[in-house]
Design a protein around this ligand. Structure first.
Ligand code: 3SL
Length: 245
């Protein structure tokens, strides 16, 4: 079980240095929508997911693989990238489409946060959809924990902070000890205030407004579902697989 007084929360990809994660467990959070799509894809039977930082890395990796084995997935500014097979809507990631495939995944903030966490001891991809799996995984070790909110281009995202707060709320049974990091206090406080109205609150976030008219309207309610899937996407050597599998 992690010591709550050491749990830190980073509010964007730019808010931490790679070295700060060495030896720690990291949960990478991008509720809207990279974490949610990765969790949905793993649940739908994707063999593995390779997160990349940009389109050129995606193409380099794709060139080394058989065309029948992989799908190019992700978004730029919320919409599917030209020439890609899938965008970043979790609802696209069905067994018919992704089973046994390798997904090369490229998003604006989420996959950058995952790549930047490479020095962590354990790297989990978390969101409301697989909250209990994340809690179970964290309970197994006493590593220091960092909750990494992907945010949006360096800014805080309400939905990611809400999920970090939700994890903290469950870890301390709703009573945050006095001696906790500032980031943990902020995330916990936000969840305490708005956690009972998750979908409504996230539906009014900056990113939800940004995505309006760009993505299917079911995406945001879907990303707010709690404990929908019992999967634990985790990254080792740059590759994400289901650690619960
Ligand atoms: O920033 C990201 O990684 C994406 O999840 C953003 S979007 O919801 O697909 O626009």
């Amino acid at each position: 079980m992690p010591d709550l007084s050491y749990i830190d929360v980073f509010f964007s990809v730019q808010a931490f240095q790679e070295e700060e994660l060495r030896g720690k467990s990291a949960v990478i959070i991008d509720v809207l929508r990279a974490s949610s799509s990765i969790v949905a894809a793993i649940n739908a039977g994707a063999k593995k997911i390779i997160p990349v930082e940009d389109m050129s890395d995606a193409v380099k990796i794709a060139r080394t693989m058989d065309q029948n084995d992989y799908l190019l997935c992700g978004e730029k500014d919320g919409t599917m990238i030209e020439g890609y097979d899938l965008g970043n809507s979790p609802l696209e990631y069905t067994p018919e489409v992704v089973q046994n495939k390798t997904l090369i995944f490229n998003t604006t903030n989420g996959t950058k946060a995952i790549k930047k966490a490479a020095l962590a001891n354990r790297i989990y991809i978390g969101t409301f959809l697989n909250q209990q799996s994340i809690l179970n995984a964290l309970a197994e070790h006493d590593d220091e924990v960092v909750l990494i909110c992907s945010g949006w281009r360096g800014r805080l995202s309400l939905e990611d902070t809400m999920f970090a707060g939700s994890l903290l709320h469950k870890l301390c049974n709703g009573k945050l000890p006095e001696k906790t990091k500032d980031g943990a206090k902020v995330a916990f406080g936000l969840f305490e205030k708005f956690g009972d109205a998750l979908e409504e609150t996230i539906g009014k976030s900056d990113h939800a407004y940004r995505l309006r008219n760009l993505v299917p309207e079911e995406d945001i309610p879907f990303c707010c579902k709690v404990d929908e899937f019992d999967v634990l996407p985790g990254m080792k050597d740059g590759i994400i697989t289901n650690l619960n599998g």
